[in-house]
Design a protein around this ligand. Structure first.
Ligand code: MTE
Length: 319
């Protein structure tokens, strides 16, 4: 399939950060310091250097599991975002076309309080916190990311789901000017909009997170600006980017990758080293920036928090 590529001069996130400060931060991250200290400490250092005005205020994650963070550079330069391209290293240079101004989110379906809300107003409704999570892509790479945002459950409580609301269905923006792959008609890589879903109890789990930033800065476009889902015990494709709509529905939604290839991708997509992808093993993963592979953990290391959600389910069938 022919992929349209944008030129390498096109944007990095330094359009939102003054050049000098951007370079300072770059050299700091290049030192590898970001992987050695907790994100809280990093943010203090950034603050001391009076780094970007875009810095979010948030409640810090204590990082009790001592997860080693990937650098900002790593997290923002290896991306899956098919609305731009399937080439992971090229997304960052193309993502400038995504228009995030005046972003609105529609919440509809089986709720007492549906709403169409400006993202800025939505964010004001919640305390922003940091969540340092492992993130495991179904393709076998992984990273640790300090996200900023709020719990999905806090949003769900505000809109008051009706008793027959059993699932949430999420949609990404459709906008041909923002996303080159949506402009390719029948040659588009996927059917758009990109859709994902969660069962209500999964969505209410405290780990399910709506992220509006990472490393204390507004979400980089290539990572799903201005608001994306993060579900750390599931393969990365569940973590839908650039969300414009959340619908509360009765039936299990068909998610994009299940539509695309139902033999290989299901609705649940829980990280599971014991259930291989039909074409490769899921036992190991390569952390971005590392040479050696490491063992993949059941539910990506969140077994304690989520195993009970699936206690009577055959995980080879509900993959
Ligand atoms: N959301 C949309 N709208 N489009 C996509 O192509 N890719 C998914 C997920 N969310 C994708 C998406 C996949 S396959 C992964 S692994 C993660 O985003 C990657 O997130 P990252 O680029 O922040 O690492």
């Amino acid at each position: 399939m022919k992929i349209i590529r944008k030129k390498s001069w096109q944007l990095n996130e330094n359009i939102i950060t003054s050049k000098e400060l951007f370079e300072k931060r770059r050299s700091f991250i290049k030192l590898g310091a970001a992987t050695l200290v907790s994100s809280g400490a990093i943010m203090e250092l950034f603050a001391n250097e009076k780094l970007p005005t875009q810095t979010l205020n948030y409640i810090k994650d204590k990082n009790i599991n001592n997860l080693k963070l990937n650098t900002y550079e790593q997290i923002t330069s290896h991306n899956n975002f098919y609305e731009f391209t399937t080439k992971q290293s090229a997304v960052k240079d193309m993502a400038h076309t995504l228009k995030t101004e005046n972003w609105k989110v529609t919440i509809d379906g089986l709720v007492e309080k549906p709403m169409e809300v400006d993202l800025d107003d939505l964010i004001k409704m919640f305390d922003i916190e940091e969540r340092i999570y492992r993130f495991r892509c179904v393709e076998g790479w992984s990273m640790v990311v300090p996200w900023n945002g709020f719990t999905l459950s806090s949003l769900i409580k505000k809109v008051k789901p009706l008793s027959n609301a059993k699932y949430l269905r999420f949609e990404t923006l459709v906008d041909k000017d923002s996303f080159p792959d949506q402009n390719r008609g029948v040659f588009a890589t996927l059917d758009y909009p990109y859709v994902e879903g969660l069962r209500m109890d999964e969505a209410m789990n405290d780990l399910s997170f709506l992220a509006i930033g990472l490393y204390g800065e507004v979400m980089p476009k290539q990572n799903g600006a201005p608001i994306r889902l993060v579900v750390p015990w599931k393969y990365g494709f569940k973590s839908i980017k650039s969300i414009v709509k959340i619908s509360f529905v009765e039936k299990e939604p068909l998610n994009t990758w299940q539509i695309q290839n139902p033999k290989e991708y299901g609705f649940y997509a829980n990280v599971n080293p014991n259930v291989d992808h039909p074409r490769w093993s899921q036992k190991k993963e390569r952390v971005l920036g590392s040479f050696l592979k490491q063992n993949t953990l059941m539910f990506n290391g969140y077994e304690k928090e989520v195993a009970s959600l699936y206690k009577n389910m055959d995980l080879t069938k509900y993959f």
